[in-house]
Design a protein around this ligand. Structure first.
Ligand SMILES: Nc1ncnc2c1ncn2[C@@H]1O[C@H](COP(=O)(O)OP(=O)(O)OP(=O)(O)O)[C@@H](O)[C@H]1O
Ligand SMILES: [Mg+2]
Length: 366
């Protein structure tokens, strides 16, 4: 069942269009991540789902019901903000049960709900403390506890981990994933962190300037990004985008790269559709190659790419090797100690994973 439908939703502040015809639909149990850079409209969209912002155009439906004109408290949602918004004068217990108290839930039921949520979040020993006596991560758990006890149809999270240090952020990410698995609830989660999006989401919407660029499962977004923007935003180091010329031979193609001080390099055997072959044969394209899709040729003769190594950056588990290709700076992720600066590297590119983009529109070529 579709729990949330965002149907051609628009938002303007006077003449400024912040969201332009956004359409996203997710099913019960989905974990939707709204991913994009600062200012792209993520919080605005989340706040519109919550009822904290008016909707300029289009429709939002929760469990089939249009909520455009419903007040936040009637939408059956719970929201966790970046700032947690805990009541400073109340204890953790009072913070968690406050909403239930307002709704007239009996003391016995409240007690049981607080206990269950506190156990799950491992904050039982903190129930009598005030928020000021908690660490950032503990506060974050309390804010989640408050959301859980409401048993809403939809959880909304706006960058809930951005105030935490790097280590805690990774721990809490795992907690949120576990929580989602245990409760099976539907979640909409805002972040600008592509790793959070990849690890948590069942569906990712990559946004830019108020427009959804790509909506799909995280692996599909990673493997077959809709355009160059998405390709560069998801994955670190980013996907290499290399200008090339496309030559077609039946069902496969060759990309031809110019390399400074060397004969141009040709990588053959890239699968292309009949339609793409017809349209792009002999034309300039952009070849998208992930850093991990390069390997060192086991036998020098197997190499389909020979380059001059510019910079070598060891990261521990592997080494980032930087070189020039087709006029672009390219990064390959290789095993440690496989390349030296200033030396020649004989590489193999996994042709099945190369993604081609239109050089003008920057849209993926299918
Ligand atoms: N009340 C407002 N009046 C005018 N413009 C606004 C208002 N609120 C937000 N905006 C603009 O709308 C755009 C989207 O803002 P929004 O807060 O949704 O971005 P965001 O993607 O959540 O960014 P961040 O990652 O920085 O939180 C921004 O350009 C912002 O300046
Ligand atoms: Mg925001």
């Amino acid at each position: 069942m579709s729990t949330l439908e965002i149907d051609r939703v628009r938002k303007s502040y006077s003449s400024l269009a912040v969201l332009k015809e956004v359409s996203i639909s997710i099913n019960t149990g989905d974990f939707l991540v709204l991913l994009g850079p600062s200012g792209c409209g993520k919080s605005t969209l989340l706040n519109m789902i919550a009822g904290l912002e008016t909707i300029t155009g289009g429709e939002i439906r929760i469990a089939g019901k249009v909520v455009n004109d419903l007040s936040p408290k009637d939408r059956d949602i719970a929201m966790v903000f970046q700032s947690y918004a805990l009541y400073p004068t109340m204890t953790v217990r009072q913070n968690i049960e406050f909403g239930m108290k307002i709704r007239g839930v009996s003391p016995g039921e409240r007690e049981a709900a607080v206990k269950a949520a506190a156990d799950m979040l491992q904050i039982t020993h903190l129930l009598d403390r005030k928020p000021s006596q908690l660490s950032g991560g503990q506060r974050q758990r309390v804010a989640m506890g408050r959301a859980i006890v409401r048993q809403p149809k939809l959880f909304l999270f706006d960058e809930p981990l951005s105030n935490l240090d790097a280590k805690l952020r990774v721990d809490m990410r795992t907690e949120i994933k576990r929580l989602h698995a245990r409760l099976g609830t539907t979640i909409v989660y805002v972040t600008h962190d592509q790793i959070e999006a990849m690890t948590l989401a069942t569906r990712v919407a990559v946004m830019k300037d108020g427009v959804v660029q790509h909506l799909d499962e995280p692996q599909a977004v990673y493997d077959r990004p809709a355009n160059v923007y998405v390709a560069r935003f998801v994955g670190s180091p980013a996907m290499n985008i290399v200008p090339a010329c496309l030559e077609v031979q039946g069902a496969t193609a060759t990309v031809v790269f110019d390399i400074a001080n060397r004969p141009s390099s040709r990588i053959s055997g890239i699968p292309v559709s009949e339609q793409a072959a017809r349209k792009y044969s002999g034309r300039k394209v952009l070849a998208g190659i992930r850093p991990e899709n390069f390997a060192v040729a086991a036998n020098g003769a197997d190499a389909n790419l020979v380059v001059d190594v510019d910079v070598v950056e060891p990261t521990g588990p592997d080494t980032l090797v930087v070189f020039q290709l087709g006029g672009a700076e390219v990064t390959a992720r290789l095993p440690p100690k496989q390349a030296l600066p200033g030396s020649e590297a004989r590489l193999v590119v996994d042709t099945s994973r190369i993604v081609l983009f239109d050089a003008d529109t920057e849209a993926r070529i299918d």
